[in-house]
Design a protein around this ligand. Structure first.
Ligand SMILES: *[C@@H]1O[C@H](CO)[C@@H](O)[C@H](O)[C@H]1NC(C)=O
Ligand SMILES: *[C@@H]1O[C@H](CO)[C@@H](O)[C@H](O)[C@H]1NC(C)=O
Ligand SMILES: *[C@@H]1O[C@H](CO)[C@@H](O)[C@H](O)[C@H]1NC(C)=O
Ligand SMILES: *[C@@H]1O[C@H](CO)[C@@H](O)[C@H](O)[C@H]1NC(C)=O
Ligand SMILES: *[C@@H]1O[C@H](CO)[C@@H](O)[C@H](O)[C@H]1NC(C)=O
Ligand SMILES: *[C@@H]1O[C@H](CO)[C@@H](O)[C@H](O)[C@H]1NC(C)=O
Ligand SMILES: *[C@@H]1O[C@H](CO)[C@@H](O)[C@H](O)[C@H]1NC(C)=O
Ligand SMILES: *[C@@H]1O[C@H](CO)[C@@H](O)[C@H](O)[C@H]1NC(C)=O
Ligand SMILES: *[C@@H]1O[C@H](CO)[C@@H](O)[C@H](O)[C@H]1NC(C)=O
Length: 774
């Protein structure tokens, strides 16, 4: 796209004005009487952008445009005469005394003009690439290139709708790389209902961003991880807009509509002289607008991709059979409306369906649900989280639900109205949740599970968890699963069970074990999980031969994965969840040795800001229990951080915390690690089965983080968000961990045979669930 610069021509002086002004090519403004000829250019005052004439690719024509001035590949972001190219290099840009910008050639033929009228006009190329005409003493712009964009959406620009006039800023692709003419693909902000970015190909909608929820678009969940950018979204009675900026001004980025039918965010890599694709949409087939039709759901991880929402069936089963879902689905049972018997199906992790016809109101969850139930035409509702303490609002759909898909992670909860007859089957009752939540979770019957596990054969036994045995099973001879059968004798069983079902069904993260379904029949309470072929981390870590299979890269990945999973539980999921029994045995490994946290039976939900609690029943595993929890039964997210710290030290050393292995000093792992670290011999902690070379810096960093996490005082421990940052950061920036005093004290207590609190009952890694705390 490097344009041939036409040969320099002498400046032409305009004889109409009293003073003769020669245009300086280095300037950024154009005033009446000046001429910008082909070969000359304007440069914004900070040097970022240049306005001038160019020839794209293999084209023969000349265009007036704006491009980046400080990157080594000419990249045009705006074109004036995109549909009326100049045949030669005689083009001249000028501005009339009454403010009309126009582009003409030597014969006086006009190729482009703005037809603005104002007094004392000045046209200026601004630092953000906006070429704008301003009248003398005026604040606003009489005309600006930002209002007439080409294909590029830049920082400082707005994807904007004027609600009173309906005017939208449209970003339309070039015809091809050689022709900046108006192409077929356009994106713009659609302000109908809850505003969304819409991408059209001709007159067909091909993609939509979904509404703005919780600091991102519902259809671009990965925006949560875009740390390089700031985003704003504003929607009020006058206007709606979306804009972005790069946190580091030296990062050059734009969004662009591509002729091949893609909307992309590109970032410039100077070292490679390359525009790298940071994000591209539609990103998969499920992203194509309406791929599965109305009331259909697309799941990119399933085959076939399309299915009908529960309670709906394909309109034309023949087409669905041929994998064409566009006809969509229809209800099995009409909703009742009058008798108040309708309920809602929860579809978790969804891209909210098309919001162009919705109503949005400021309401709390309960009101939102009520409002939907009251209005017979309401088919679904969802809550829109707001960032930074903004009021939450309620989205109500009426009529059909279109363009619905689900994600692995990062989507929204959608509640779809169903007739009672269509929900009872998979409904899981619990007093707390009965009011609002009907889980979209497969239910198995006992005979199917018995068949899958050879009638709960001991040969299939994987282990004994805190609340019952876990079996390996094979569903209908195919998918391998882990089946957790709740001990019938366990008095707390049902409560724990419901806790686990309710939580895990909602929690989805790549570092959490996934719940596939459950079973409640008579006394029987069963959970069906994905099967983890490599079992628990403990089986590798504390075994000298298998330990060698865990190289440092794997151990590092496990530490990061567990940290991310825990962060999700503490902070990123809808509820604040404290695991309370994090240990090596509860970290399962998949085929590729990726860690997944399991066993949420101990977890508690904290609605809102409540972060601490006192429990009468101490559950958990000694060795991983924080002092305040073991002694006072007081727990918080920081108790999990403590367990995480112990786990990190175990992963580094290949030793259990309870294994006292310094014969003289009788220290447990924590005390031992701290002493080594203090004496500058941190590397002695490292597991002897770990092969060389050992990346010293990372190991020492992890040790220090482990010690910081396992400090006695909860307030000294970092939270998981800081831990994740620390793991990715520089060791020099880490604070110094305090000495673990509690550990030493506890060792002494244990030496004296019994203690009133039964601490001597602590076996290495047995989960304690039957001891009363205070
Ligand atoms: C602006 O200039 C162009 C070309 O010089 C002309 O065709 C057009 O009528 C002018 N518009 C106004 C409002 O003067
Ligand atoms: C929308 O357009 C109207 C009419 O041109 C204008 O008066 C108003 O200021 C515009 N609104 C905004 C927010 O710019
Ligand atoms: C922008 O695009 C939409 C959809 O193609 C169209 O309806 C609208 O008229 C366009 N607006 C402008 C200002 O070109
Ligand atoms: C978006 O535009 C508004 C108004 O001009 C501005 O205050 C805000 O900082 C911009 N947001 C970003 C992320 O640049
Ligand atoms: C981006 O956001 C951060 C925090 O929200 C703020 O401190 C910073 O000034 C913003 N940067 C820009 C360029 O808008
Ligand atoms: C911004 O990025 C440049 C180049 O990558 C880097 O040298 C500079 O340190 C960064 N600035 C900040 C404040 O992060
Ligand atoms: C709703 O109530 C009406 C009148 O009581 C009754 O005729 C009808 O069968 C009820 N519908 C359902 C679905 O229960
Ligand atoms: C029910 O919803 C429809 C569609 O959103 C709306 O037009 C109508 O006013 C609502 N009716 C009531 C009684 O709120
Ligand atoms: C499974 O076990 C139950 C109870 O022990 C027994 O009654 C039943 O016959 C067994 N079924 C099979 C297929 O072994």
């Amino acid at each position: 796209m490097v344009g041939k610069q036409a040969r320099q021509k002498p400046l032409v002086f305009v004889a109409l004005l009293p003073t003769f002004i020669a245009l300086s090519a280095a300037g950024d403004t154009l005033v009446p009487g000046q001429r910008l000829e082909d070969g000359n250019s304007l440069v914004s005052s900070d040097g970022s952008f240049k306005l001038g004439f160019f020839t794209p690719g293999k084209s023969k024509f000349r265009y007036l445009g704006i491009w980046y001035n400080q990157i080594s590949l000419q990249t045009v972001v705006w074109v004036a005469n995109r549909d009326r190219p100049l045949p030669d290099n005689t083009g001249v840009l000028s501005i009339s005394i009454d403010g009309n910008l126009s582009l003409s050639d030597s014969k006086g033929m006009v190729y482009w003009s703005t037809s603005t009228r104002l007094a004392g006009p000045v046209a200026k190329l601004r630092d953000d690439a906006n070429f704008a005409v301003q009248g003398a003493g005026e604040d606003g712009y009489a005309w600006q290139s930002f209002d007439n964009p080409t294909d590029a959406f830049l920082p400082g620009m707005k994807l904007w709708v004027n609600r009173s006039t309906g005017f939208t800023r449209n970003f339309t692709s070039w015809k091809s790389d050689d022709d900046p003419g108006t192409g077929d693909c356009t994106f713009f902000l659609d302000s109908n209902g809850d505003p969304q970015i819409i991408f059209v190909h001709g007159s067909d909608r091909v993609w939509r961003s979904g509404p703005w929820v919780g600091g991102r678009f519902s259809g671009i969940p990965e925006m949560r991880s875009y740390v390089e950018f700031n985003f704003s979204f504003v929607s009020n009675a006058d206007e709606a807009y979306y804009n972005f900026s790069t946190r580091n001004k030296s990062l050059v980025s734009r969004m662009v509509a591509k002729p091949e039918g893609l909307i992309q965010r590109l970032v410039w890599e100077e070292a490679k002289r390359n525009w790298n694709v940071y994000w591209s949409g539609p990103r998969d087939r499920c992203d194509n607008f309406g791929f599965c039709g109305i009331f259909g759901v697309c799941d990119a991880n399933k085959f076939p991709l399309c299915s009908c929402l529960q309670g709906f069936e394909p309109k034309s089963p023949e087409s669905w059979q041929l994998r064409d879902g566009r006809d969509g689905c229809r209800r099995r049972t009409a909703v009742d409306c009058q008798n108040g018997t309708d309920g809602f199906l929860l579809l978790a992790n969804s891209k909210l369906p098309d919001t162009s016809g919705v109503m949005v109101n400021e309401m709390a969850t309960e009101e939102c649900r009520e409002a939907c139930l009251r209005n017979c035409s309401c088919t679904a509702y969802a809550m829109k989280e707001m960032m930074n303490g903004g009021r939450s609002s309620c989205i109500l759909w009426s009529g059909v639900l279109a363009d619905l898909r689900v994600y692995d992670d990062g989507g929204q909860d959608l509640f779809v109205r169903l007739a009672r007859a269509d929900i009872v089957k998979s409904q899981i009752w619990n007093e707390e949740m009965a009011k609002s939540v009907e889980l979209d979770l497969p239910m198995f019957d006992v005979t199917a599970i018995a068949a899958a596990t050879n009638n709960f054969s001991t040969n299939n036994l994987l282990g004994e968890g805190g609340f019952g045995p876990v079996y390996k099973g094979r569903l209908e001879g195919k998918q391998e699963v882990a089946v957790k059968r709740l001990a019938k004798s366990s008095s707390q069983g049902v409560e724990q069970f419901m806790n686990e079902v309710r939580l895990i069904a909602k929690l989805q993260h790549r570092n959490l074990v996934r719940l596939l379904g459950c079973c409640i029949e008579g006394e029987e309470r069963i959970l069906v999980y994905e099967y983890m072929p490599n079992r628990g981390l403990d089986s590798f870590l504390f075994d000298k031969t298998k330990g060698a299979l865990l190289d440092w890269a794997t151990r590092w990945r496990i530490i990061m994965g567990v940290a991310r999973g825990l962060l999700y539980l503490h902070q990123d999921s809808r509820f604040r969840i404290i695991h309370r029994d994090l240990k090596a045995g509860n970290v399962l490994l998949d085929d590729d040795m990726n860690p997944k946290i399991s066993d949420f039976g101990m977890a508690r939900i904290f609605p809102g800001d409540e972060t601490e609690g006192i429990t009468r029943r101490v559950v958990g595993t000694y060795g991983y229990m924080s002092p305040e929890y073991a002694m006072d039964g007081s727990f918080s997210v920081k108790s999990d951080v403590f367990s995480f710290g112990v786990l990190v030290l175990e992963i580094i050393s290949g030793r259990r915390n309870r294994g006292i292995f310094h014969p003289v000093r009788k220290l447990n792992l924590l005390g031992y690690a701290w002493n080594l670290w203090k004496e500058g011999k941190g590397l002695e902690l490292v597991d002897s089965s770990l092969g060389y070379p050992i990346p010293m810096v990372e190991v020492l960093k992890c040790t220090q983080i482990g010690l910081l996490c396992a400090q006695d005082q909860p307030e000294d421990r970092p939270d998981m968000a800081s831990v994740v940052l620390m793991l990715g950061g520089d060791r020099a920036a880490l604070p110094h961990p305090k000495k673990p005093e509690f550990v030493a004290a506890r060792e002494r207590a244990e030496g004296s045979s019994t203690s009133s609190r039964g601490l001597t009952r602590a076996f290495n890694d047995v989960t304690i669930s039957d001891i009363d705390g205070r």
